[in-house]
Design a binder for this molecule. Structure first.
Ligand code: HEM
Length: 414
């Protein structure tokens, strides 16, 4: 039995109110047990939009992810709201394409993102993390979100894209305003106004970079996009701009979110943190457990291409089908004590998607960044404590803390 008193039929999954303290885990638990494929008739932030199906169990999300013919990424968009980003821009990202176009565009990048190729960046990523942590020395307190996570992950992705360090924060803020939130500290006039204001700025800045790379090719990923040929044809202008946007988005918010949630859980559970300090080889397992419990993206969405049935529920052609990873990653049919943070669990999970064509391109990079960030933070500040209340960004898409104030504690000598 769930403790949630609201009848399942009246739950509005996408109500920002439900996300003020992070994902609505009680609501998802109730859905998994009473109504695993659940219909929400509307979306509070997007009143003109059709409702959607919520898929909450791991096996069902896997079925949807693997069957791209029935559940398309190309029709209607890949987040619950169609209107979040204009459709012609959305569909220029390969995350919002179906095979064969998707596979051809993804292949452009796959070689550069294999675990082996990513491992070659380990020293550089560690240097970035160390430089950022060095800046904290002498300080008693800091905000792990803005003082550690954001500068590290921004520098990593911006250096992949060939962007100068002085622009890291500007990009992080622009991207955050478009993808992350209904949170009023990010978008005081609402999410739609935030997107309308900031997306054109991103597009203009990306266009300027593209012009620059056309004139002066370099060896960064922006240049790869500009000069790439798929079947003898260059990507079109929107595909280049939105390919840039996709990599910047995926690289900026995601790893930041999981690192901060992991640090919060480790401060809340000093006995788990002590295990990592005693045996740092457990950090890789702690990374997987953090991805499981705190998946950076709360959902991705598909659209049914034909009438179908999922877990006994009829789904009509054209219906939106939303996969909730904070739910599937705590599915009682898969995990024992799913709400317990156990750094030794080393679980499989769906934080990077449930397999299939759209499985996260950046999984190896994200895992490496998370491992390095946890290693470097725990080695320096093994006694870190909360210095204030952590707070979530209000968002049904990015599962992220807005602030995580900490007292650093004594700097460990190594
Ligand atoms: C903790 C960090 C991250 C998480 C939790 C995450 C999660 C995800 C998820 C859930 C998907 C969609 C899967 C699906 O629809 O089946 C995805 C796709 C993607 N991710 Fe990540 N991601 C992370 C980091 C990154 C990074 C660092 C990059 C690269 C710079 C990246 C690039 C991408 C791209 C390009 C796609 C689209 C793949 C496709 O459509 O084929 N991600 N990611």
């Amino acid at each position: 039995m769930s403790s949630n008193p609201v009848p399942i039929s009246e739950q509005v999954v996408f109500d920002p109110e439900a996300w003020v303290n992070g994902p609505p885990h009680d609501m998802f638990k109730q859905m998994r047990s009473e109504c695993p494929i659940h219909w929400s008739p509307n979306m509070v932030d997007f009143p003109d939009e059709a409702g959607f199906w919520s898929v909450t169990k791991a096996a069902d999300i896997k079925e949807v992810s693997l069957d791209w013919k029935t559940y398309s990424s190309a029709i209607g968009g890949i987040t619950a709201a169609n209107e979040a980003i204009p459709l012609e821009l959305m569909q220029a990202m390969f995350i919002a394409m179906d095979p064969p176009k998707h596979d051809r565009q993804k292949a452009l990048f796959q070689r550069g993102f294999t675990p082996k190729r990513i491992a070659e960046h380990e020293d550089r990523i560690r240097e970035i993390a160390r430089n950022v942590l060095d800046r904290l020395e002498g300080q008693e307190e800091c905000d792990l979100v803005s003082n550690v996570a954001q500068p590290v992950v921004s520098r990593v992705i911006c250096s992949f894209m060939g962007l100068p360090p002085e622009d890291d924060l500007i990009w992080a803020q622009l991207i955050s305003a478009v993808v992350s939130s209904s949170d009023e500290t990010v978008n005081p006039d609402g999410i739609q106004a935030g997107i309308q204001k900031n997306l054109p700025i991103i597009v203009e800045r990306a266009k300027a970079l593209i012009e620059e790379r056309r004139a002066n090719p370099t060896d960064d990923l922006t240049s790869v996009l500009v000069h790439a040929e798929v079947d003898g044809e260059k990507l079109d202008e929107n595909e280049i701009i939105m390919g840039f946007f996709l990599l910047m988005t995926a690289g900026n918010d995601s790893t930041k979110a999981t690192y901060c949630s992991a640090m919060r859980a480790l401060i809340e559970h000093p006995e788990e943190r002590a295990k990592l300090i005693a045996d740092p080889s457990l950090i890789a397992s702690a990374v997987e457990e953090s991805l499981r419990m705190f998946p950076a993206f709360a959902h991705f969405r598909r659209t049914a291409t034909e009438d179908t049935v999922l877990h006994g529920q009829e789904i009509k052609k054209g219906d939106k089908v939303v996969m909730w990873y904070p739910s599937s990653n705590r599915d009682e049919d898969v995990y024992e004590d799913p709400d317990v943070f156990d750094v030794e669990r080393n679980p499989e999970h769906q934080a990077f998607g449930a397999g299939g064509r759209h499985f996260c391109l950046g999984a190896a990079l994200a895992r490496l960044e998370l491992k390095i960030l946890l290693e470097e933070t725990l080695t320096r500040y093994p006694e870190m404590e909360f210095a204030g209340e952590p707070a979530y960004l209000v968002s049904g898409f990015v599962n992220q803390l807005r602030t995580l104030p900490v007292r650093l504690g004594p700097l460990a000598t190594h």
